[in-house]
Design a protein around this ligand. Structure first.
Ligand code: COA
Length: 332
């Protein structure tokens, strides 16, 4: 079944979410919304918010430290660090370089890759391919987001959906065929970029007094359009990856979807004919943490023992870009 020449396994995972909890009732004090509206439309009850001065690299470093410890590796064993984030500490240096320094990793290639909420699946495929090439051995991959720093806290249509956090995994080669990361199916459609984007802060709209007055440095979204596209592309990626591996959905022990909206996941469940009890959910606690969503859920699913040795699991995500992706994993 595996199309990959050298098996690559998830050797360890870790996650970190900040201590501060913002509930739907807390949000109702700052924008015109209610717990009832948010929960029925999204399934979200609360989200975590990073402290002032707590950056994406700080959260990523905490998740990464846990992942390395679970993998039984030391910082000097890591030769590749890839970070997925849309909220880097700063445009450069990369958040991967910042995390490298925080962890004392001295002998690694470090880079960020940006594919928004699909970012973790993108970095997983890139890291797996580089390990398969034989040029790298132990990759640390991290999804980390401080989305609270780009939310418009006066826009009730977006600020209620997102939260902060980080998740990480350590990928290593394995001699056991047919185990670990079996296959990926990634995709992108730049033509739909403006349904979800942040116009300010790059070379198109650098920071000026006018860009700030026009609120260009905040996330903008056309929610209804994103909703429909999300269901469509995740269904497509999931069906394609199952088909190209000769599998049917009954063989999946667990699906870990991007945690954006419970209604999106319910529709995906019905279109894939996979019952909801096989979907791992934690969005009620964290909201949408973008690139951190899949690795936080993966780490919690391992710790909750929702995933066991030998299980076949499907990871599936969508995000700004548009980007999307699916990955099939056989747990070692
Ligand atoms: N509280 C109360 N009312 C709100 C609100 C809020 N937080 N946000 C929007 N509304 C209002 C709207 O203004 C609108 O009012 P109107 O009918 O008077 O114009 C009404 O609720 C319905 O808005 P609508 O946008 O049609 O709601 P919806 O059912 O589509 O739900 C989302 C909105 C954002 C929850 C939903 O579209 C969604 O989840 N989209 C996908 C977003 C996503 O996952 N983004 C991340 C991608 S990685």
């Amino acid at each position: 079944m595996s199309i990959l020449p050298r098996s690559v396994v998830i050797k360890g995972t870790g996650s970190y979410t900040p201590d501060t909890v913002k509930t739907n009732d807390d949000l109702a004090k700052i924008v015109d919304t209610s717990d009832e509206w948010i929960f029925t439309r999204t399934g979200i009850k609360e989200r975590r918010i990073a402290a002032d001065g707590e950056q994406a690299s700080d959260m990523g470093a905490k998740a990464a430290t846990q992942a390395l410890s679970n993998a039984g590796l030391n910082p000097e064993d890591v030769d590749l660090v890839i970070v997925a984030t849309i909220t880097p500490d700063m445009p450069f240096p990369s958040t991967a370089c910042l995390i490298q320094t925080k962890l004392g990793i001295t002998n690694a290639v470090c880079m960020d890759i940006e594919a928004a909420c699909s970012g973790f699946l993108y970095i997983m495929e890139v890291a797996a391919s580089l390990i398969q090439s034989g040029r790298y051995q132990n990759a640390l991959i991290v999804g980390t987001e401080k989305l609270s720093s780009i939310l418009d806290w006066e826009d009730r249509t977006t600020c209620v959906l997102f939260g902060d956090g980080a998740g990480a995994a350590v990928l290593c080669p394995s001699d056991v065929p047919g185990t670990g990361l079996l296959d990926f199916k990634l995709g992108a459609d730049g033509a739909n970029g403006e349904v979800l984007y942040m116009p300010g802060g790059g070379s198109a709209n650098p920071a000026t007094g006018a860009s700030i007055d026009r609120r260009l440095h905040f996330l903008k979204m056309r929610g209804r359009e994103v909703f429909k596209l999300a269901v469509k592309v995740m269904e497509k990626a999931a069906k394609e990856i199952l088909e190209q591996n000769g599998l049917n959905s009954d063989q999946l022990a667990c699906v870990i979807p991007h945690q954006a909206n419970l209604r999106i996941i319910e529709l995906l469940s019905s279109r894939l004919e996979i019952p909801m009890d096989r979907f791992y959910l934690n969005l009620e606690k964290y909201g949408n943490t973008s690139a951190a969503s899949i690795p936080i859920a993966l780490d919690e699913a391992f710790r909750d023992e929702r995933i066991k040795s030998g299980d076949l699991i499907l990871l599936v995500a969508f995000g700004a870009g548009l980007t999307w992706g699916a990955a099939l994993v056989r747990c070692p």
